[in-house]
Design a protein. Sequence first.
Length: 88
Amino acid sequence: MIYTCVCKHCHKVFKSKIRTLCCKDCREKDEDQLDDIVQYLKLYPNSNALQISEELGIHPYEIIKFMEEGWLGEANGTFSQLPDDREI
Ligand SMILES: [Zn+2]
């Protein structure tokens, strides 16, 4: 099974054996951002996407995507209710 995926960073369309939102070129960037978010949530477990976004300079949309991918299970903010503005 091969999935057609769209990278959330560069919006490139690519094929992958796993369902993912990040292409190979952006994987490193993705892991850096994810590390930062996880660290931040350890310090401030009740943060929402806007606070994380302001502190780390990561677009809230990307933080929501990490959540949807299941990386931020401990987070219980209200960010999934943010409007979906993709403009950066
Ligand atoms: Zn990419």
